[in-house]
Design a protein around this ligand. Structure first.
Ligand SMILES: Nc1nc2c(c(=O)[nH]1)N[C@H]1C(S)=C(S)[C@@H](COP(=O)(O)OP(=O)(O)OC[C@H]3O[C@@H](n4cnc5c(N)ncnc54)[C@H](O)[C@@H]3O)O[C@H]1N2
Ligand code: MOO
Length: 396
């Protein structure tokens, strides 16, 4: 039997297949989370475009007292130039008037008619006090963000502030989810005694939707060649197909054969992880198929470790893999066998414990978990207080 791939090998091989979308330009204001810059971003303007006041008060020239000769407001600068002994009223974000290089905040000033004095025991502010100098944030032509950066609210604000009303991003991949099994029914209310509700399709759809919006649901499909072929025909135009179930070695695990009959080529099958060993990856032209194992927790974990990174890579993410952090084990953890383990964990932000059940069908334990604890293959037991690697889950 061929040796199973390690997690890293399998992720690397899968991500190399990512069907990266064409570049399209989208109105910056309309970009939702989970989009990534398709090109480096250069500033089209300088920010601030002039020296600005950082506080409300008086822009002063020379030593006080100062005669107030006008006002500089954000959006309406003072048009003249100050002479020593003069000041203007100034608001936060307003241009510094010519002749002034510092601001006396209003809390430290006394106003008598139009004459401004230092308040008692205050000293003259030093040069540049409360002034934001032109271009200190960024200057026209600066490279602000690199291709592959995730466009969160702060990056969108930066893009707008630097003059970009539209941004280059990758087209969303078209994603379909196909779950299969004779025992599955779509409507839980119609579930017979020998059946179970098909929860994986909805779960995987919900995991992918924040990344791609619409996800086509093609299941549940019975363990039947013709039914699988019919469902696969509906996946003709998708870029990424996620299947769930039928990935193992049983007589009714038909997905691999059905994919082959559809014209797909197996890229690899089986990864040394627990849960999720029977993970399967295939391609059909530029289409990528990720076959997740049917056990619900195995489907969740492999979707998290493979399908979501693949979609992020297709969206152009520079770092498509989930970030890992290290926390203290809040209990002893047992030694690990030959497959790397992903334990469903409950973290309080500092310590992490295992959820009540580690069975790969245990949905109640999965729903109570907020992280996965990663345990290396063939590793010794961990004692309470030792560091362990943890992936945060957006779960609940
Ligand atoms: N002899 C062996 N048996 C199994 C092996 C093995 O190596 N040798 N691997 C086991 C492992 S590990 C896993 S994981 C499972 C995965 O099998 P499949 O991908 O073929 O999944 P199914 O057999 O179709 O289903 C497994 C389990 O999950 C339930 N299921 C399936 N789809 C859904 C769905 N859409 N919603 C809810 N629940 C679903 C299904 O009813 C089964 O209980 O194989 C082991 N066996
Ligand atoms: O690897 Mo399976 O995914 O143990 O349940």
């Amino acid at each position: 039997m061929a040796a199973m791939l390690t997690l890293e090998e399998a992720q690397e091989r899968l991500l190399a297949l990512a069907p990266i979308g064409e570049t399209e330009r989208i109105v910056t204001d309309k970009i939702a989370d989970s989009r990534y810059l398709a090109e480096d971003l250069q500033a089209l303007r300088t920010q601030p475009s002039a020296d600005l006041s950082a506080m409300d008060g008086y822009a002063i020239c020379g030593e006080g007292p100062w005669l107030k000769v006008g006002e500089s407001r954000a959006g309406t600068p003072f048009s003249g130039a100050l002479e020593p002994g003069q000041c203007t009223r100034i608001s936060t974000g307003a241009h510094m008037p010519n002749g002034s290089d510092r601001v006396l905040i209003q809390e430290n000033a006394c106003l008598n008619a139009d004459l401004v004095h230092l308040a008692e025991s205050e000293t003259l502010p030093e040069a540049q006090r409360h002034v934001r100098s032109r271009g200190f944030d960024f200057a026209e032509g600066d490279r602000l963000l690199t291709a592959g950066t995730s466009l969160g609210p702060a990056q969108l604000a930066l893009a707008l502030a630097s003059g970009h009303g539209k941004l280059p991003v990758r087209a969303l991949p078209r994603v379909a989810v196909l779950d299969s099994g004779d025992e599955l029914v779509r409507d839980p209310l119609e579930c017979g005694p020998d059946q179970i509700p098909a929860s994986n399709g909805a779960m995987i759809g919900a995991m992918l939707r924040p990344l791609v919006g619409e996800v086509a649901r093609l299941g549940p499909v019975p363990d039947d060649k013709a039914a699988l072929a019919e469902a696969l025909a509906q996946a003709e135009n998708c870029d990424i197909l996620i299947t769930s179930g039928g990935a193992s070695v049983g007589d009714h695990d038909l997905v691999r054969q059905a994919l082959k009959d559809w014209g797909a080529d197996l890229a690899f099958w089986k990864v040394a992880i627990k849960p999720g060993k029977p993970l399967m990856v295939a391609t059909r032209g530029k289409q990528v198929i990720v076959g997740l194992p049917g056990n619900p927790v195995s489907s969740f974990v492999t979707c998290f470790l493979f399908a979501l990174p693949l979609v992020r890579a297709a969206l152009g993410a520079a770092n498509p893999l989930p970030p890992v952090q290290h926390l203290s084990a809040g209990e002893n953890l047992p030694e690990v066998g030959s497959r790397r383990e992903f334990l469903r964990g409950i973290s309080d932000g500092a310590h992490v414990r295992r959820a009540a059940s580690q069975d790969s069908s245990a949905l109640l334990a999965l729903a109570s978990a907020n992280c996965l604890i990663e345990r290396p293959a063939c590793s010794a037991a961990v004692s309470n207080g030792e560091q362990v690697a943890v992936y945060n889950l957006q779960n609940g």
